[in-house]
Design a protein around this ligand. Structure first.
Ligand code: BEZ
Ligand code: FE
Length: 290
């Protein structure tokens, strides 16, 4: 049967949808059919010129070219800046359980960073000294001993080690374990606001649409403990000017912390070998049972 698509382009859509009818995996079948339905609806609504459609294909091609296995993942950046990462996060954490809120993973995590002692300094580059400490608890309020906190943040230049090859290996990254009372402590520097990478197609999209690339200052955490659900989250500095306009929509009010001024030579400064005044943020994480 030949079809005059110019007469009735909805027949085309139905034909493509039914071409997936024989997909053995039911979930894949539903995903593909829904994708085609929404994609065709978008094209029908926007009526792109052929040049515009080629522009879209070029954009996605460039996005793929700016991905590697290590520290550059332009597709994650695209998903983040379009709010899709946070939508997937919301759908997968719909019900309040009492556990700490989650947020975007981001593209700058590196596996296998150094294991560090309680309170050890992970900053090998300069900044305002800071201690972040608290406990890891379960939803019944019981401490979680031996939880592993994988932590990462940028240096003062707004870049992550790995992304910025001039930084020493493991700078501002580390894995900390909770003690028997569920306590953790990290010596680091005050995080700074920083722009997400703008040298690729996502940067072009942001500038063409008048959006800024900045993220509010934060510290990343991935927390894992046997018998508990893995938690991926950040702690944001509550004083940051970009909290209301995070380029990747990752801020949740429950994840904001105050970095309070602390004097030189107090008990904690002596315990963690801090030479002068420093800042301190306290936060207890709560994990769901798995
Ligand atoms: C980050 O916080 O590391 C990040 C998250 C999303 C996109 C870019 C960077
Ligand atoms: Fe980050």
């Amino acid at each position: 049967m030949t079809i005059d698509y110019q007469q009735n382009d909805s027949v085309l859509t139905e034909q493509v949808i039914s071409s997936f009818e024989g997909t053995p995996d039911a979930r894949l079948r539903t995903l593909m059919q829904s994708l085609v339905r929404h994609l065709h609806a978008f094209v029908r609504e926007m009526e792109p010129t052929e040049a515009e459609w080629m522009g879209a294909i070029r954009f996605l091609t460039e996005t793929g070219k700016m991905c590697d296995d290590l520290v550059r993942q332009e597709f994650i950046l695209l998903s983040d800046t379009l709010g899709v990462s946070m939508l997937v996060d919301a759908i997968n954490h719909r019900y309040a359980t009492g556990a700490t809120d989650t947020t975007v993973f981001g593209p700058f995590y590196i596996k296998g960073m150094p294991e560090r002692r309680y309170g050890e300094n992970m900053a090998l580059t300069p900044g305002t000294p800071a201690v972040v400490r608290g406990r890891v608890l379960d939803t019944a309020g019981e401490p979680v001993a031996d939880a592993l906190l994988d932590v990462w943040q940028t240096a003062e230049n707004g870049m992550y080690s790995g992304q910025d090859t001039a930084q020493p290996h493991g700078n501002l990254r580390g894995r900390y374990r909770t003690d028997a009372e569920g306590r953790y402590a990290i010596t680091t520097i005050l995080p700074v606001s920083y722009p997400i990478p703008t040298d690729g197609p996502v940067g072009k999209m942001l500038s063409a649409t008048g959006r800024h690339p900045w993220r509010p200052a934060h510290l990343h955490f991935m927390i894992d403990a046997p018998g508990h659900r893995k938690l991926v989250t950040h702690l944001f500095d509550e004083a940051d000017p970009f909290l209301k306009s995070d380029a990747v929509f990752g801020v949740k009010p429950s994840l904001m912390v105050a970095y309070r001024d602390r004097p030189a030579n107090d008990e904690l400064a002596r315990q963690f070998n801090l030479a002068g005044p420093y800042r301190e943020a306290c936060y207890d994480f709560v994990l769901d049972r798995s």
